[in-house]
Ligand binder design. Structure first.
Ligand SMILES: [Zn+2]
Length: 593
């Protein structure tokens, strides 16, 4: 038995088996059932979406020996001959190779005669936009006054090139591209029916490679089966397609979630070794982050179970805001790539930026979510046995093995019943979104190094009154600013150097200079709003000499923490617990409120 290619074998032979073009099927079925037939149809759409297939099914519907029907029998002579491509009254013509007026004249001449076998002569003209102007004119006459027994089916990938006079005489249907999900479903159905073993994950790259064309998808599937010697394995498919799949994208997300910068660098090196297109990779990363956001917000919109399962840990492991920010960074990374010294640098810089703004990590102080103290978020750590003790603070009973003092649960009585509110440190609560960035406490950052002298400012320059005159002014100004994310980080990382006319000169360390591109426009806009006058920002690179806002906030945070520790140690209730149960204060768990 000769092997029949899947695209041929699995070409739909009825409207019921046609995938993805429901709107067309419905309209044509109704027309057939109600016998309200138009004499010319135009199918538009990219290659491989089913134009010829629908044309053949329509031809069978019109000529099936069981009568005019939306469900041709597929058994009668007319049906089988149309399927086999040898029915005399069904003519498929490729306008790309028969485009002259003579070809058209010959076709139309035959159209004048009654059908030999069927009810209708059906002419299918593919790539009809390729016809010459004369050929169109010749056709137009027949389209204006068509013989009763003639049906035209025109198909094109480029309807713009069809004269309006022709368009207006056709009933037009726009065939849609197949969504990848539909292709994957169809392919798995085909493989099941063919009894071919396959990894479900192997179908997605095929669907992607087919770019909306079911015919291409089936052709690729044929190739892949041959390539994999009768089995379908994802890696074989990726090799065959010459693509790298999306495993590296998930690995990038894994590394980001783990805060593993080394892994990111290794991945970049591996991708470079495999000659991955970094621009494409960033785009795909953005697409993946979009899918994660969809999985978080509209989980039902992801119909592919495999994809659902794949996305689930990331949808759960990242908060929605982080996903949004990461998406922005990935998209911005695509835009910045042409400006980068080279692709690898641009790509890895984007990964490092993602790392710098990665989802919050619980142990860090800066992890306190906006608007809440971390103490309210995470319940204080208390030994499991002390369930009877109202847990006011971070107190841990000694381990059972440490003998001497009895375990808490065994002796709940002495605990004073009226539990006072845990003593709150006196320090004023930090404004919600002033949590210092993760690097705020970096010692290196504080270290003042010899910074280049800023350009001298002419003494004659008349300063605008509202402009900051000192670094302290700058701090006060920044504290009042209403800016978000990157712009706020930029303001926090800058040291004020000088104000001159409408120019504010700022210094920030080289490590932070990426913030300029992403944050300066919004920062400038916010400053202008605040100052009520036009402002220009000038940046110089170098380690800040005096304190930046970020450093100040970090120091304030540390001071609050110290104070919280002191208050906690002095708290009578805490002291009592320590004395009676040999409990130990875990200072790391104390969060200033
Ligand atoms: Zn039939």
């Amino acid at each position: 038995m000769t092997y029949q290619v899947l695209a041929r074998k699995w070409r739909p032979r009825s409207f019921e088996t046609l995938v993805g073009q429901d709107h067309v099927v419905r309209a044509l079925s109704h027309a057939l059932e109600q016998k309200r037939l138009h004499h010319a149809y135009l199918f538009t759409g990219t290659r491989g979406v089913g134009k010829t297939t629908i044309s053949r099914i329509l031809a069978k519907s019109l000529n099936c020996e069981t009568g005019l029907t939306a469900h041709p029998c597929g058994q009668c002579a007319a049906c089988t001959e149309i399927d086999a491509g040898r029915f005399v009254d069904y003519v498929e013509m490729d306008a790309a190779s028969n485009r002259s007026v003579d070809d058209m004249a010959a076709l139309l001449e035959k159209a004048a005669y009654a059908p030999a076998r069927g009810r209708y002569k059906v002419y299918m003209i593919d790539e009809v936009h390729m016809l010459t102007g004369h050929a169109f004119n010749a056709m137009l006459k027949t389209l204006e006054e068509p013989p009763e027994h003639v049906k035209f089916i025109l198909a094109t990938t480029d309807p713009q090139k069809i004269p309006v006079t022709v368009l207006s005489r056709c009933l037009q249907f726009n065939l849609k591209q197949m969504p990848p999900d539909a292709i994957v479903r169809h392919l798995s159905g085909v493989l099941d029916a063919e009894g071919v073993e396959y990894e479900p994950a192997a179908l997605r790259p095929i669907a992607k490679g087919a770019a909306g064309s079911m015919r291409d998808a089936l052709s690729l599937l044929d190739q892949a089966i041959a390539h994999g010697a009768g089995r379908l394995v994802e890696q074989d498919v990726l090799d065959m397609l010459g693509t790298v799949g999306d495993e590296h994208l998930y690995l990038i997300l894994d590394a980001l979630l783990a805060g593993d910068g080394a892994a990111l660098m290794t991945l970049t090196a591996q991708m470079r070794a495999r000659s991955v297109d970094f621009d494409q990779a960033l785009r795909e990363l953005a697409v993946l982050l979009h899918r994660v956001a969809v999985a978080q917000m509209v989980p039902d919109a992801i119909t592919d179970e495999l994809e659902q399962a794949r996305l689930a840990p990331y949808a759960a492991g990242m908060d929605a805001e982080s996903v949004q920010l990461a998406y922005q960074i990935a998209v911005q990374g695509c835009n910045d790539l042409p400006l980068a010294p080279d692709e690898v640098t641009g790509f890895s810089m984007t990964l490092l930026r993602l790392l710098a703004f990665r989802p919050v990590t619980p142990p860090a102080l800066s992890a306190a979510p906006r608007g809440q103290s971390a103490a309210l978020q995470a319940p204080p750590r208390v030994a499991r046995t002390s369930a009877a003790v109202p847990p006011p603070a971070a107190v841990e009973a000694p381990r059972q093995t440490e003998s001497a003092p009895p375990p808490v649960a065994a002796k709940p009585a002495p605990v004073p019943p009226p539990v006072p509110e845990p003593v709150r440190p006196a320090a004023k609560a930090a404004p919600a979104d002033e949590a210092p960035p993760p690097w705020a406490e970096d010692e290196e950052f504080v270290a003042p190094t010899a910074a280049p002298e800023p350009a001298p400012i002419p003494a004659t320059a008349a300063p605008t009154a509202a402009l900051p005159r000192t670094n302290e002014d700058w701090h006060a100004l920044v504290d009042q600013l209403d800016v978000a994310a990157l712009s706020k980080q930029l303001a926090h990382q800058c040291e004020w150097r000088a104000s001159e006319g409408g120019v504010i000169r700022l210094r920030l360390s080289r490590d932070m200079s990426h913030l300029i591109a992403s944050g300066q426009d919004k920062l400038r806009a916010a400053l202008q709003t605040r100052l009520g006058s036009a402002v220009r920002l000038e940046f110089e690179q170098g380690e800040p000499v005096s304190q930046t806002v970020a450093q100040r906030l970090g120091a304030e945070q540390r001071a609050r923490l110290e104070q919280a520790c002191v208050s906690m140690k002095n708290d009578p209730f805490v002291q009592q617990v320590i004395e009676q149960f040999g409990a130990r204060l875990i200072e790391d768990s104390i969060k200033p409120v």
